[in-house]
Ligand binder design. Structure first.
Ligand code: AN7
Length: 373
């Protein structure tokens, strides 16, 4: 397989003299960076863009790449926007940042707050966030507050708080988050040398789909790509307000990261799907888990279940004849599998333990003995 780091048309090098540049440094010219913006970085960005031929066959498309955003420093795409939002908050004199979160935003906010020397407060829907994400936020020293509600109402509280009190909101309604997340679109174009025909990704609050669409358009306007992709947004069937066209009161899905019924970036998310000629597609939990399993087994990519909703939606879109099978596609896998591993053990049979002997294990494996032994 050809390494994809031999880039064509790269305009912003990922490293200089062997030192990785984070998002703020690499894409400074395209971000709201001033001479007063702190050089905050955990070396986020520059994530793998993996060519995945076996997964392409499964999804029914001619060409498929996975942009594995789980390889960011806190294990999700949130780091791209968080580094910008926290740097700008610090630049403006803020000492406390705040977000509501289904988990990944909280972990990222906590990490960048620690790195910047400010306080993070994270509002979490009680019992609805994957345990590893809560542990992560606490490990970075965040003040975590559980609220007896879902994500949507927690975000209402976060917005209400930041409107009245001197704390900086770093949810994706903060435009610096969107500007930072747009760098993923730049990277895809830098590596491929052009924009793909189709970009598929999971959609919850609608921030990331808005950021990608803004990013691709920006690169087109700068003359760095000629075309724009169609964007396919995957929503869990039990939490699919953008597919239904109305908010969902009690969103329900195993994909906890995208268990969101009232997306804050509703209008820009709809604009991204419609203006790009793409669509939103609802996928069942079973289809999400199937895509999750295929990513790991066919290509060695372990993402969290929510992350696989984009791939599930792409496959469904092709099967429905909506996305042409001949397309060159990029599927964004937004978070790492270790974030939410509770569905992974079900992939393996729960075999009873064996006696700890070479013979017992060899017999169970059915492997041939070496000649002469
Ligand atoms: C793995 O962390 O909303 O459509 O509070 O964690 O931009 O919301 C997470 C969202 C996709 C959806 N994949 O992105 C949060 C939060 C993963 C995610 C999304 C999320 P948006």
């Amino acid at each position: 397989m050809r390494p994809l780091n031999d880039v064509r048309g790269e305009t912003e090098p990922a490293s200089v003299n062997g030192r990785a540049r984070g998002v703020l440094e690499r894409y400074a010219a395209l971000l709201p960076v001033t001479s007063a913006t702190p050089a905050l970085s955990l070396q986020e960005g520059d994530t793998p863009l993996l060519e995945v031929p076996r997964l392409a066959a499964w999804a029914g498309v001619a060409s498929l790449y996975v942009k594995f955003e789980g390889m960011n420093p806190t294990g999700s795409f949130k780091d791209r926007g968080m580094v910008v939002a926290v740097a700008k908050a610090v630049e403006s004199g803020a000492r406390t940042i705040l977000c509501a979160s289904t988990g990944n935003t909280a972990a990222s906010a906590a990490a960048y707050a620690a790195r910047a020397g400010v306080t993070a407060v994270v509002l979490l829907p009680r019992g609805k966030v994957a345990g590893a994400k809560v542990s992560q936020a606490l490990a970075y020293g965040a003040r975590a507050i559980a609220l007896d509600t879902g994500f949507d109402a927690a975000l209402d509280v976060a917005r209400g708080l930041t409107a009245r009190y001197a704390v900086e909101l770093v949810n994706s309604v903060n435009p610096h988050r969107i500007a930072g997340q747009a760098t993923a679109a730049y990277e895809i174009c830098d590596v491929l040398g052009h924009a793909p025909d189709v970009l598929a990704l999971p959609v919850g609050n609608g921030g990331n789909i808005s950021a990608y669409w803004a990013g691709f358009r920006r690169y087109r306007d700068l003359g760095r790509t000629r075309s724009l992709p169609s964007i396919v947004g995957g929503q869990a069937a039990g939490a699919a307000p953008l597919v239904l066209g109305h908010p969902v009161e009690s969103p329900d899905t195993i994909a906890s990261a995208i268990r969101i019924g009232r997306p804050a970036s509703w209008e820009s998310a709809v604009a991204a799907a419609t203006e790009s000629g793409g669509e939103f597609r609802a996928v069942t939990d079973a289809a999400i888990l199937d895509a999750y399993r295929q990513l790991a087994r066919r290509e060695g990519i372990f993402c969290e279940p929510s992350s696989a909703a984009g791939l599930a939606a792409l496959r469904a879109s092709v099967a429905a004849g909506r996305t042409p099978a001949g397309s060159e596609c990029v599927c964004v896998c937004t978070g790492h599998g270790l974030k939410d591993a509770q569905f992974a053990p079900a992939l393996e049979d729960d075999a009873a333990p064996l006696p700890a002997t070479v013979e017992a294990v060899a017999a169970a494996l059915g492997v041939a003995e070496r000649r002469g032994s």
